[in-house]
Design a binder for this molecule. Structure first.
Ligand SMILES: Nc1nc2c(ncn2[C@@H]2O[C@H](COP(=O)(O)OP(=O)(O)OP(=O)(O)O)[C@@H](O)[C@H]2O)c(=O)[nH]1
Ligand SMILES: [Mg+2]
Length: 392
């Protein structure tokens, strides 16, 4: 019943009699701690690298549409809006993809909201349900407390609960739903793509390159995953499809050296974007993590401001494990944004909420399939509604 620590004082007074004494005492203690903590001056900013501070400031601002040159420029968004058929099919794809997550949530909400009036037990069950749905303890606590604050002891139906949750989820996610911002004066914008094995790095680069080339951008892709010949071949096919330049080395070539050559080539050719694909790596492979740090060090010899974006791909089907992946990659590279892949068919879509609560990193796009067009800009409202199994 962590939600108790976040409810209004007036509500706590009202429900005191209905809660075991020990739970109440611990909740009151935590509430007090939270209150004193929030009064402390924020020193966190001082110890963060400059780039992250900038990113945090940017995040706290409202997105400025005019400056966005992401893969969904304003013009393109309006084109999609003008094409309701396409928008509807995207939404359907997401909704169908998230069906495993939303169906479970819908059924469980129906099961626990049997009492007409919202009571303590129902709120406890809801908090647990949300944790089980991969939303993470912090989001579960916050959402449950919000529902308690508004509806305690009032009549509420299961469908109303889902609508309420979708609205609150959207409010959290809208902050982080941001496209990649390209600097048109920067030639090239270096986009480094990192992540654990099989999370969709190569596929995402192919999809992004396809979208950018549709906007007339000049692109080079560097295949710095030099471990597997198959990986290079795969990327070459994606590059051809996206009409992008392609640079590869021999099997076993030093990825950092290749990244260096690619940046030189992209500069010489005045390219708009250089994508650097990297080998999948897990945290316990220290040498691979070191290799990633080397790629960054080496390209900074040519352009100290690069990489301009460091995207981390996360496979939505891995659920809470995605959180530790972010932690680990953040130690090696300044992750600037996330791409969540495989949301089609994931039963763990709620993990996006956990990520938002914990890291506040922008989510640039979501993967909803294996095809080149299966990368969507991340829209908070669509996602929240799909997760709660609601219609648009
Ligand atoms: N269903 C689905 N499959 C995806 C999505 N994105 C990638 N995949 C598939 O996931 C598998 C791995 O994708 P890759 O792009 O090769 O992943 P990677 O991170 O480059 O993998 P490594 O280079 O081996 O680390 C492929 O079979 C892709 O087709 C997605 O959004 N949805
Ligand atoms: Mg790959």
């Amino acid at each position: 019943m962590a939600w108790l620590t976040r409810i209004k004082d007036s509500l706590l007074k009202k429900i005191k009699k209905k809660i075991p004494k020990k739970d109440l005492e611990s909740a009151e203690k935590t509430r007090l701690e939270k209150k004193t903590k929030s009064k402390k001056p924020k020193i966190e900013i001082e110890i963060l690298p400059k780039k992250i501070i900038k990113q945090k400031k940017e995040l706290s601002k409202k997105p400025k549409q005019k400056k966005v040159f992401g893969f969904f420029k304003k013009k393109e968004i309006s084109q999609i809006e003008k094409d309701p058929e396409k928008k509807r099919s995207w939404f359907q794809k997401l909704k169908t993809g998230l069906f495993k997550s939303s169906d479970k949530i819908t059924q469980d909400v129906k099961k626990i909201f049997v009492n007409k009036k919202l009571d303590v037990q129902t709120l406890n069950d809801l908090e647990e349900l949300l944790i089980m749905a991969d939303l993470g303890p912090a989001s579960a606590e916050k959402l449950t407390a919000e529902l308690a604050n508004e509806k305690f002891d009032k009549n509420i139906k299961p469908d109303e609960v889902r609508v309420f949750l979708a609205k609150k989820i959207e409010e959290t996610l809208v902050e982080i739903a941001r496209p990649v911002e390209l600097d048109n004066n920067q030639k090239p914008n270096v986009i480094l793509v990192v992540g654990v094995n099989g999370t969709g790095k190569t596929t995402t680069i192919g999809k992004l390159a396809h979208q950018y080339s549709g906007q007339g951008k000049k692109i080079i892709i560097a295949a710095c995953d030099t471990f597997r010949a198959a990986a290079v071949e795969q990327l070459e096919i994606w590059a051809q499809r996206a009409n992008a330049g392609f640079l590869k080395g021999n099997e076993g070539t030093d990825p950092a050296g290749l990244a260096f050559d690619a940046l030189q080539k992209a500069k010489a050719e005045n390219s708009d974007i250089l994508f650097i694909d990297t080998a999948g790596r897990v945290q316990n492979k220290t040498e691979l993590m070191e290799e990633l740090a080397k790629i960054i060090r080496v390209i900074r010899k040519i352009d100290p401001t690069s990489p301009h974006h460091c995207l981390l791909t996360l496979d939505a089907t891995t659920g809470q494990n995605a959180l530790s992946q972010v932690e680990i990659f953040k130690q090696v590279a300044e992750i600037s944004g996330l791409i969540i892949t495989k949301l089609d068919g994931s039963a763990k879509g709620g993990v996006l909420l956990s990520l938002a609560e914990k890291f506040n990193l922008p989510v640039h796009a979501i993967g909803v399939g294996e095809k080149i067009e299966d990368l969507q800009s991340f829209e908070a409202s669509e996602f929240a509604k799909s997760l709660m199994g609601l219609d648009k």
